[in-house]
Design a protein around this ligand. Structure first.
Ligand code: HEM
Length: 170
């Protein structure tokens, strides 16, 4: 089961990442077209990539990833780092969806700088995540967050930030 989960995880991540990397380029192509059948075609392709490819792949990738946590027992610092990076990737996935809705309005544009920036961010995040997963860097959290991986420790750590709060007791 683990092998199958990993296979599906990596396969869907490839589709998800490919979709994210190509979307800014499709947004950028919008500038060349005035209203008409060519623009509708670009709009349909862009929607297909986001709605039918990248988004379902993301859901399956996150689902299989979550299942892998249980089969692999991945409770290490590098995995926490991976989740932070995946969180950023998900947020930028939503950004692509918002751009996809706006860029095809009559005055919609997505410039060269935005294209370079968004593509660069996607590539950086994808490479960073794959590196973290494959290199599994040894991070010693006791050096900066002693309690982080001790049961009940996270609550103490949060209390350090926000001061003592009174917990309502039912
Ligand atoms: C919520 C999202 C995700 C979760 C919960 C998750 C979780 C996991 C877990 C638990 C493993 C097994 C680790 C181990 O071997 O100990 C794994 C493997 C892997 N993940 Fe994810 N993952 C997620 C998203 C991603 C993303 C976005 C990428 C890449 C961009 C990615 C790339 C990989 C790769 C390449 C492996 C293979 C590691 C190996 O076989 O050694 N994952 N993932």
């Amino acid at each position: 089961v683990t092998t199958l989960l990993k296979f599906v995880h990596i396969a869907t991540i490839s589709i998800w990442s490919a979709g994210l990397v190509v979307l800014p380029y499709l947004f950028w192509q919008r500038r060349l077209l005035a209203a008409g059948s060519e623009l509708d075609r670009l709009h349909r392709i862009t929607r297909f990539v986001f709605v039918a490819m990248a988004s379902p792949a993301a859901v399956v990738a996150i689902g299989t990833g979550t299942a892998l946590i249980f089969t692999q027992g991945t409770f290490r610092e590098w995995f926490t780092l991976k989740m932070v990076l995946v969180g950023m990737m998900v947020m930028l996935h939503v950004v692509a969806g918002l751009v996809a809705m706006r860029v095809f309005s009559p005055e919609g544009r997505f410039g060269a700088r935005s294209t370079t920036l968004l593509t660069g961010l996607y590539l950086t995040l994808i490479v960073a995540i794959v590196w973290v997963v494959l290199a599994k860097p040894e991070i010693d959290s006791t050096q900066f967050a002693d309690q982080l991986f001790r049961p009940g420790g996270l609550a103490e750590w949060i209390a350090q930030f926000f001061g003592d709060t009174s917990t309502p007791t039912p």
